[in-house]
Design a protein around this ligand. Structure first.
Ligand code: PA5
Length: 416
């Protein structure tokens, strides 16, 4: 372990410099985002222009690194049931080109959106040319134009893209609000840029806390002292396990509302580290749901997985109790009168004991709670961990040549 830490020491300095680099000049530039007050100011100024007491729906068009981060944070904080039932403004994510979903969204806007002020269309694409996003953006803008007229429809659009992309130029030409993504910040590292924070601001998520958590985490993660650096601990442990033939990294989240965070991490790991014949296959498991789905394979199948159990020390939603008396009390008597949070903790501890007995490698990431601050800290740590792993493998964590490849072929097919 100490060899790995020594090997990474010079890179800690690179990360520290990147966090202070106001012109975003290096591939690690995303580390700067939570420290850059200008990004937040710009997002707030546009949010203030389009937000009013009538805003009900924020439709985010974007895919991959352009939507997974915001979606992860939004679902973790708001909870799926609250989103479905009531919360306003509500974010609706449009990523792929599912024809039935698109039609349903068109009908929804047709029937439920009564004035232009009730909706914002945030088109997020760094390149500005991703087919799915251009298709969704064109489709939805047309619906808004038909409903409210051209000028009012365009006044409800906010574009987030690379400064000077072709899309940027169209937006300026049509007087659409635009938010920039720094050139050196790639999609999957962009959650703390306007890509993530603008829609989250509109939805009332505490973005200041999110960024504060990310800043605290970054400062820990570019410290060479392994005792206080969680990114260094997890990158080194995973790196050493992979050397012993582990091929799969399992993020086992013991809070179902963090599933989106897991999917965001999955993309970050897969696109950043799957190169040159190297890589680790990221999978996401949810406790306790996947104990009833995947765990037979984990224990009985090939021993090729490294697990990161993620849970919060303070369970804020711990108000649900199993009644002491119920018609079902004889079915599982040990849970009578127990708090749901205690039941989940027992399941987690039981699972970890079984992992130990079976000598299956795992680490724990304990979040203080499920809050914007903790999630910001976790996501920043995971981005730095990914950069550290790439450094150890000597691969470029910031490009995605194979993704570009499929995009090129798709465009050629669509020309026909
Ligand atoms: O992380 C990445 O770079 C990719 O996943 C992109 O975010 C994704 O392909 C979407 O690209 P764009 O934002 O250019 O539409």
């Amino acid at each position: 372990m100490s060899d790995v830490v020594l090997q990474l020491a010079p890179y800690m300095e690179v990360l520290k410099k990147a966090a202070n680099d106001e012109i975003y000049s290096t591939p690690e530039a995303s580390v700067r985002l939570p420290f850059d007050g200008e990004v937040l100011k710009r997002a707030i100024s546009v949010a203030d222009k389009v937000n009013n007491n009538s805003l009900k729906y924020v439709v985010v068009v974007g895919i991959g690194g352009s939507n997974l981060g915001a979606q992860a944070i939004y679902e973790a904080i708001r909870l799926k049931l609250q989103i479905a039932l009531s919360h306003s403004p509500r974010i609706i994510f449009a990523d792929t080109n599912n024809p039935r979903e698109a039609e349903a969204l068109a009908q929804f806007i047709g029937q439920k959106v009564h004035s232009k002020d009730e909706i914002v269309l945030n088109i997020i694409t760094k390149s500005g040319t991703t087919s799915e996003s251009v298709a969704n953006a064109s489709f939805l803008l047309e619906i808004l134009k038909n409903k409210f007229g051209d000028a009012d429809a365009l006044s409800r659009v906010v574009v987030t893209t690379d400064e000077n992309s072709a899309l940027w130029k169209i937006a300026i030409d049509k007087k659409i609000e635009v938010l920039p993504i720094p050139k050196m910040v790639g999609g999957r590292y962009s959650v703390f840029s306007c890509v993530g924070i603008f829609p989250l601001l509109l939805a009332g998520i505490n973005v200041q806390e999110l960024l504060a958590g990310a800043r605290e985490s970054a400062e820990k993660c570019y410290n060479g002292d392994i005792i206080i650096n969680p990114g260094l601990v997890s990158a080194s442990t995973l790196f050493l396990s992979l050397k012993k033939g582990i091929a799969i990294s399992n993020c086992f989240l013991f809070h179902s509302e963090l599933e989106g965070v897991g999917k965001w991490w999955r993309q970050l790991t897969a696109e950043s580290l799957g190169k040159n014949g190297l890589g680790v296959t990221p999978i996401v498991s949810i406790g306790s749901t996947d104990l009833h789905s995947m765990v037979q394979l984990y224990f009985g199948g090939p021993q090729d997985k490294f697990t990161n159990f993620v849970y919060a020390a303070d369970e804020q939603y711990a108000h649900a109790l199993v009644p002491k008396e119920s018609i079902f009390e004889s079915l599982s008597p040990d849970i009578r009168g127990k708090d749901f949070a205690d039941i989940m903790k027992a399941i987690l501890m039981g699972t970890e004991e079984a992992y130990k007995e079976n000598k299956m490698p795992f680490i724990e990431t304990i979040l203080p709670d499920i809050s914007e601050r903790s999630i910001g800290a976790f996501m920043q740590m995971k981005m730095i961990e990914t950069m550290l792993l790439a450094k150890l493998w000597n691969i470029n964590a910031f490009d995605q040549p194979e993704v570009e490849n499929y995009k090129k072929h798709t465009k050629e097919l669509l020309k026909k």
